[in-house]
Design a protein around this ligand. Structure first.
Ligand SMILES: C[S@@+](CC[C@H](N)C(=O)[O-])C[C@H]1O[C@@H](n2cnc3c(N)ncnc32)[C@H](O)[C@@H]1O
Length: 545
């Protein structure tokens, strides 16, 4: 028995995180989006479709398959090509038997309508439509791969399947989503000059779990188009998946085009944007979209920035400056407890007073830093080790409740059941630090003078080399924002994920190259939160006009 057949049943229809559909609901692509992707990958009637092999790795109810067949059959009709000869021209997969049956019927109906007889139609449908797991199948060479791969939460996969995918797909790291594997298999299967075009979450471009896939793309592939479609009505269900249309070719040598869209973007606009993408103009725009042609894409495992070309050029020109960490900063995240209801309190419980550590919450950082009166019920001693509960009976009593005991971290380390997920870093409380709250529309640093410990979702920066108010001024500037905004993941509504990995992309001049006058001006702009002044000084310092 093969490993695959021993897997527990799995419907495979868990897809994009749907906001309004049940967890297992498949989310299907609108016809115009599928047509657009087919245009972008060059699957059009004037191309030698009869000589190509097009693959749809996750066909669902045929959103891509139907327009694929329309184009292929039209091509065959125009050129008097026999339908029977197209037996290798298409391959569509779905793991769900119901979907595979639907797709076979779509093929049979299309071929019968085009004049094929029942036998040929059934034979071709049986050859073209595969019911199975695309990620575990032997990849067959393809000229074009298109689709909307499933976006399945790692936890929904089951241990065995997760292990199998990790073993088969080298780009699926940690708890990364399986759409990475669809990219990997699709790209691997491409013949030279071939193209893969997916509508798919774009998180992998700016997340650590996408590093191996980015490195793979940088090695022999060309990113041809990235259309960010976060607010576009691209699916039959409402989804929260940050989708982008992305086209990647194998050694196609085409210059990359980035297109940003708004919720106004629809079928008519997509035709304009496709004309621009396939043309040669440097930039283009229309209602609900703006596009730019770049002169290069990024190689290696680093995050892929996303910004207008002049901003990308600016960031490139600053690439030799040190990163924040290289300039002498430490960057970290505040403490996650695993049970804030018990560990993070604003109503002081009856515990030994030296177990209460003032804590800065994200909500304290709002225009100014104003401590909201929260404390960590702190199980950690000044030496970085857990305290002895025999010496702290009130602490034991407060924490010894099922919500604390049942946390994953407690079950994993029963002898340390009262620990918080993260340790309290010795000495961090009493240090001056810049604090930055995650999930804000802008990068906003605040100075905390060494009295409280940061909560999770608050990032901290400490430094022995920087005057933190001067650095704070630099971080208020539009140049620091340009770094973060180009690299960070943007949530629906424009909120930025201001995580440490994105703060680490910021490049700064070395602190000892900043004159006394500029340092004063930055300090003042930080104190008065004057972003314009901070930006003016920063432009001088960075040598940017
Ligand atoms: C997001 S839907 C996309 C369907 C269609 N391509 C579209 O865009 O409307 C993903 C499809 O992938 C299928 N699927 C899930 N895991 C799969 C796997 N490992 N191999 C092949 N198909 C899979 C699901 O059954 C579902 O039909």
């Amino acid at each position: 028995m093969s490993m695959v057949s021993q897997l527990p049943p799995y419907s495979g229809v868990m897809t994009l995180h749907a906001a309004t559909t049940p967890k297992n609901g498949a989310v299907y692509t609108r016809r115009w989006v599928a047509e657009t992707i087919l245009d972008l990958v060059g699957y059009t009637v004037d191309a030698p479709l009869e000589e190509w092999r097009i693959v749809e790795p996750a066909a669902g109810d045929g959103s891509f398959l139907v327009p694929m067949l329309d184009r292929l059959i039209a091509r065959a009709r125009n050129r008097n090509i026999s339908l029977r000869s197209l037996v290798d021209a298409v391959c569509a997969w779905d793991i769900d038997p119901g979907n595979a049956a639907t797709c076979r019927q779509i093929v049979v109906d299309a071929l019968l309508k085009a004049g094929a007889d029942q036998d040929v139609s059934s034979l071709i449908a049986g050859t073209w439509i595969q019911c199975g797991d695309y990620l575990l199948a032997e990849p067959e060479p393809a000229d074009v791969v298109v689709g909307n791969p499933p976006y399945i939460r790692w936890d929904d996969l089951g241990d065995q399947r997760a292990a199998l995918y990790r073993a088969t797909c080298r780009t699926i790291r940690g708890r990364g989503d399986i759409y990475l594997g669809f990219w990997e298999k699709a790209l691997e299967s491409l013949r030279p000059g071939g193209r893969a075009g997916f509508i798919c979450a774009d998180r992998w471009m700016r997340n650590s779990y996408g590093a191996d896939l980015r490195a793979m793309v940088g090695n022999g592939f060309d990113v041809e188009a990235v259309w960010t479609m976060h607010d576009v009505d691209a699916f039959h269900e409402k989804v929260m998946a940050y989708p982008a249309i992305t086209v990647i070719g194998r050694a196609t040598g085409r210059a990359p085009v980035v297109v940003s869209t708004t919720s106004e973007f629809g079928e008519a606009e997509s035709r304009q944007a496709a004309r621009f993408t396939l043309g040669s103009a440097e930039s283009g725009s229309g209602e609900g979209w703006r596009g730019h042609r770049l002169d290069h894409w990024y190689t290696g495992r680093g995050l892929w920035p996303s910004a207008a070309p002049d901003t990308l050029a600016l960031l490139d020109s600053l690439a030799d400056l040190p990163t924040l960490e290289e300039s002498g900063c430490r960057i970290g995240i505040g403490l996650a407890s695993g049970c804030d209801a018990r560990f993070v309190v604003d109503d002081v419980p009856e515990v030994e007073l030296d177990r209460l550590l003032p804590m800065t919450m994200g909500s304290d950082l709002n225009g100014t830093l104003h401590w909201g009166g929260h404390y960590l019920v702190n199980p950690w001693g000044p030496d970085g080790r857990l305290v002895d509960l025999d010496a702290y009976p009130l602490l034991r009593k407060w924490l010894d409740v099922p919500e604390v005991r049942n946390r994953f971290v407690s079950r994993k380390q029963p002898q340390n059941w009262f620990r918080t997920i993260d340790k309290v870093i010795p000495g961090l409380t009493s240090r001056e630090k810049l604090l930055i709250a995650d999930m804000r529309p802008r990068l906003s640093p605040y100075l905390e003078t060494g009295e409280a410990y940061p909560h999770h979702n608050v990032y901290w920066i400490t430094s022995d080399r920087w005057d933190l108010e001067v650095l704070g001024g630099l971080l208020l500037s539009d140049i620091a924002s340009a770094f973060v905004e180009a690299y960070c993941v943007r949530m629906a509504g424009g909120t930025l994920r201001l995580q440490a990995q994105y703060l680490r992309t910021i490049r700064v001049p070395l602190s000892d190259t900043i004159s006394g006058g500029d340092a004063n001006a930055l300090r003042e702009s930080f104190r008065s939160r004057d972003r314009e002044k901070a930006s003016r000084v920063a432009h001088d310092l960075y040598g940017v006009s």
